[in-house]
Design a protein around this ligand. Structure first.
Ligand SMILES: Nc1nc2c(c(=O)[nH]1)N[C@H]1C(S)=C(S)[C@@H](COP(=O)(O)OP(=O)(O)OC[C@H]3O[C@@H](n4cnc5c(N)ncnc54)[C@H](O)[C@@H]3O)O[C@H]1N2
Ligand code: MOO
Length: 420
């Protein structure tokens, strides 16, 4: 049996710190048409390519006049002629040639057939009611800063600067590597004792959602040689590897060993469950985010540990947003980890021994506003993260479970992290 006693266990905060400090990327950029750029990250500042507007324009639906006629007070307009002393000018259009000032139509009194006009208010000065050339943007003005995520509004803003394409950060290639002799691809008859490889579908979708280009490796059998080859091949092709399963203590769990032998491993496990068997290493300069095999753990540990690595690639904040909320309902009785040793209904040999020290149980919670306006957290049908019944929950909570810790009570303020 292999020795796991040297395995380094860290808490979530430490794990994210290690990931963010050790992920080093030099992303390339590419030019894409704006309509394909939504959700991408700008690789360069975008500056205006023209003066907008490029001539004096009218600000509101107005009548254009000459300031000189108003300089000394309200003029006698009885003999004014359209096209000479006044002209119609509408919102956003160029001022008619020679006119410099605009009075909104609501302050214009028209004769029955619109031939005669008078005004019930004066313009404040020359160019009142108009926008100067370049007043919205001047050629060379910074429109959007490098590093900004392109949203629909930002895309339109870039277009208004006269750009058809933008330079964006290339999508990181994130390779998901399923491992395990018992796994088979979906479809058809499933041989006895085999299990369907389903995690790749979930994780590829998350990678895409977070702005990456997902790649899925073939299922890697549980041998050191196969894993070694697969990992080096993957590192040559990908920016980030997600190594799935083979993470715990089974006699064919080689993931951690291979990382240790072939690269550098920074931590082997975390002090929370589910997700206990999450790890992080670097192999051939490629970050390897190790997550446990069971789908429930794989689901949320990618939120915890792959999301930050991808955000580092984009130069974005790798932390999940934290907020303080009020617990609206008890989170349930003592959990497995809180029970004193020997108090289990199960025989001791069925349960893994607790390693002692601080250990957190990860809960998934729904947030909604309480009657007094304070945001409250409520348990989902099951609070176990990654469970289908908990999908749709808003936040994660790390509940302390070690000896001497009192579980949070209804009404307590707790800090939760929003799901990415
Ligand atoms: N003696 C101990 N046994 C286990 C421990 C422990 O501490 N001591 N930890 C348990 C916990 S917690 C977890 S989580 C799992 C971790 O298992 P692995 O990450 O090593 O994964 P496997 O053993 O290879 O597989 C477990 C389970 O998940 C299924 N799986 C794996 N990959 C996929 C995939 N891509 N798609 C769908 N399902 C997948 C696999 O078929 C197994 O059923 O270890 C516990 N045991
Ligand atoms: O690592 Mo396991 O995901 O704690 O259930």
């Amino acid at each position: 049996m292999r020795d796991h006693s040297n395995h380094r266990q860290v808490n979530k905060q430490e794990a994210v710190r290690i990931i963010t400090e050790n992920c080093r990327f030099t992303p390339e950029s590419e030019s894409v048409p704006i309509q394909e750029a939504i959700g991408r990250i700008l690789a360069q500042d975008v500056c205006a390519n023209w003066d907008n507007p490029n001539t004096l324009t009218c600000r509101m639906d107005s009548v254009a006049v000459h300031w000189a006629d108003f300089e000394h007070g309200m003029p006698d307009t009885s003999d004014w002629v359209r096209g000479k002393q006044w002209e119609f000018a509408n919102t956003g259009v160029a001022m008619p040639q020679g006119f410099d000032t605009a009075i909104v139509v609501e302050h214009v009194v028209f004769s029955e057939n619109d031939t005669k006009i008078s005004f019930d208010a004066l313009p404040s000065g020359k160019y009142a009611g108009t926008s100067a050339a370049g007043s919205k943007m001047k050629k060379g003005d910074l429109l959007v800063e490098k590093g900004t995520k392109i949203t629909p509004l930002i895309a339109a803003h870039i277009v208004s600067g006269n750009h058809t394409h933008v330079q964006v950060v290339k999508k990181p290639k994130v390779l998901f590597m399923p491992t395990g002799n018992e796994l088979v691809p979906v479809g058809g008859e499933i041989p006895k004792g085999k299990n369907i490889e389903s995690n790749s579908y979930m994780i590829a979708a998350k990678i895409e959602q977070w702005g990456g280009e997902p790649m899925v490796a073939d299922i890697v059998p549980d041998t050191k040689e196969a894993l070694k080859k697969a990992l080096h091949d993957a590192a040559a092709r990908a920016d980030i590897i997600v190594l799935n399963a083979g993470s715990s203590k089974g006699n064919d769990d080689w993931g951690i060993e291979m990382l240790e032998e072939e690269g550098t491993i920074f931590y082997h496990q975390t002090n929370h469950g589910p997700g206990h068997h999450s790890s992080f290493g670097i192999l051939d300069e490629t970050p390897v985010v190790g997550i446990s095999g069971p789908p429930a753990g794989a689901a949320f540990t990618t939120d915890y540990y792959l999301y930050p690595a991808m955000m580092v690639y984009f130069g974005k904040n790798p932390m999940l947003s934290k907020i303080k909320v009020r617990l609206g309902q008890e989170l349930g009785g003592m959990k497995k980890h809180q029970k004193p040793a020997g108090d289990s209904a199960k025989a001791k040999g069925e349960d893994r021994p607790m390693e002692g020290g601080e250990f957190y149980s990860v809960k998934q919670l729904i947030l909604r506003q309480g009657e007094d306006g304070v945001i409250e957290a409520y348990p989902t049908k099951t609070m176990r993260p990654g469970a289908v019944e908990a999908e749709g929950a808003d936040a994660y909570y790390l509940m302390p479970t070690w000896e001497g810790q009192r579980p949070p009570q209804k009404g307590d303020m707790i800090e939760v992290e929003l799901r990415p």
